[in-house]
Design a protein around this ligand. Structure first.
Ligand code: ZN
Length: 491
């Protein structure tokens, strides 16, 4: 048996001010084996996204062809010719790897490019055109994808991660691999059934109601003839008709209980829709609670609406401004993406002061810049942080720790959310000595910061990823959809 693996992942924010080009992938994650062949080079077995498929293929003695795996930090739709060149690398590799018995793709599910609303559907259809109707195409997705009929019809099995933070990609990959093997051996057949759930939002599976919906998914997966069930949370900061949540059931094609199962899970999922947005509180509310608390810190505040991992600029100043205005001492914030401020800090030098205009650059969602007297406390240019979803290491670029009006602020040159405490500790900050720690991240910070926090808060601001959706920004949504339309309801 021969398998072919490839991947491309980019969560696309239609409203983002940050351009996406081929370099956005090359500079973030672009892995390409030296040569295509049935014995992938050692580095391929380390590659997030398809390492699970390669490991299993090796254990079973199958041949494996590893093609491109590319990832870019979320941003605006990719420049058309750049997306096409990356896609065609995968397609050309597949052509030279043929014949293959199974194809495994690691895709995001919410990738757009100029001229393409549905990059995943485009990639899968092109793969299908090469392998023909009978070869298994399995696709592993991020649960934040906006799943489409094209994706479902062109592939044999769509399986998404179930957890947010996404710490289960490897387990879900194993499940997909097993479905592929059984399909290739002729033991099972598959059909992707999609049930749309008309809602836009974020749903943390660490919360009790969402965890219960995931438990129901695991129970459903044990039914005879049901091969996999996924909840697609959708990605709400995109504007096309497939935006929204969905249930995917991969099952034997002739089972007539599947539509009702999917509708039932969709209604349960819909019932938990407000659990996460209820957590979001204004900054003053949070700071009041911390001020009144007799407990020691650190209290962790997530700046959820300015997450680079959702296409935000990571340079909003709403929280920093309030920390300064309220004179909150013992506070540190990371990371404001501001390459000019970083450059100024490096040129000013360690221990020196500068008049700095910081942040507020990428658009109205970033708020106004903060002008202040900054002292350069530390500089570091080799910090790498670990993304708990894939165990990947990402360099944060040149970073500087500044003290601005009493608040410690980490500024850096590579736009990225905060996953890992090293974004602070790498610059000499002792988190346990602080009262308030602010991280720009929606939820992926939680894996490493949750355990060290006295309490975690999710702060709502007018940033890019606000849950206060403005219907005027959208032109192509399928309506009704919650929360824009109060009468939206699942089938
Ligand atoms: Zn995601």
């Amino acid at each position: 048996m021969n398998i072919f693996v490839a991947g491309m992942m980019m969560e696309t924010n239609s409203f983002s001010a940050i351009p996406c080009t081929r370099d956005s992938f090359v500079n973030a994650m672009y892995y390409r084996p030296e040569a295509l062949g049935p014995e992938p080079e050692a580095a391929a077995y380390e590659q997030f996204g398809y390492r699970t498929f390669l490991r299993l293929a090796r254990e079973k003695g199958y041949g494996a062809y590893a093609s491109l795996h590319a990832f870019a930090e979320p941003a605006a739709p990719c420049r058309q010719e750049d997306y096409e060149s990356l896609r065609d690398e995968i397609i050309d590799d597949l052509r030279s790897a043929m014949p293959v018995d199974m194809v495994f793709l690691m895709l995001h599910g919410a990738q757009m490019a100029q001229g393409y609303d549905d990059c995943e559907g485009d990639i899968i259809e092109r793969v299908r055109a090469i392998v023909g109707p009978d070869i298994f195409i399995g696709v592993e997705l991020d649960l934040h994808g906006n799943v489409t009929t094209r994706m479902a019809e062109a592939s044999n099995a769509l399986v998404a991660c179930l957890l947010y933070p996404h710490t289960d990609f490897d387990e879900r990959g194993e499940q997909l691999f097993e479905i592929g093997e059984r399909f290739a051996r002729g033991e099972i057949r598959t059909h992707n059934h999609i049930q749309r759930v008309p809602m836009m939002g974020l749903y943390y599976t660490t919360l009790p109601r969402m965890a219960a919906v995931n438990d129901a998914v695991l129970v459903a997966e044990r039914r005879e003839g049901i091969h996999s069930v996924s909840l697609m949370h959708g990605f709400a900061w995109a504007d096309h008709p497939d935006v929204g949540a969905a249930v995917i059931v991969v099952a034997e094609p002739d089972r007539d209980d599947v539509p009702e199962l999917a509708r039932h899970l969709g209604r349960q999922f819909f019932a938990a829709r407000d659990e996460t947005c209820d957590l979001r509180r204004p900054i003053d509310d949070i700071l009041d609670e911390i001020a009144a608390s007799g407990e020691p810190g650190p209290f962790v505040i997530a700046d959820v609406a300015d997450n680079a991992g959702g296409g935000a600029g990571a340079d909003s100043t709403f929280i920093l401004q309030r920390l300064i205005e309220r004179g909150v001492g013992d506070a540190a914030l990371a990371m404001i993406w501001d390459p000019i401020a970083v450059d100024f800090a490096y040129r000013a030098g360690l221990g020196n002061r500068l008049n700095l205009r910081l942040g507020g650059k990428t658009g109205p969602f970033a708020g106004p810049p903060v002008d202040g007297d900054a002292t350069v406390i530390a500089l570091a240019d080799a910090i790498e942080q670990e993304d708990p979803a894939g165990g990947l290491m990402f360099g944060i670029g040149r970073a500087a720790l500044l003290r601005i009006d009493g608040v410690l602020v980490v500024v850096n040159s590579v736009r990225q959310q905060v996953y890992d405490p090293v974004c602070f500790t790498g610059l000499g900050i002792d988190l346990s000595a602080l009262r308030v720690v602010v991280v720009k991240s929606t939820q992926h910070f939680y894996e490493y910061f949750g355990p060290l926090a006295t309490k975690t808060f999710y702060c709502e601001t007018p940033g890019s990823l606000t849950l206060d959706f403005d219907p005027a920004r959208y032109r192509r949504l399928q309506r009704p959809i919650w929360p824009i339309d109060a009468d939206a309801a699942p089938e």
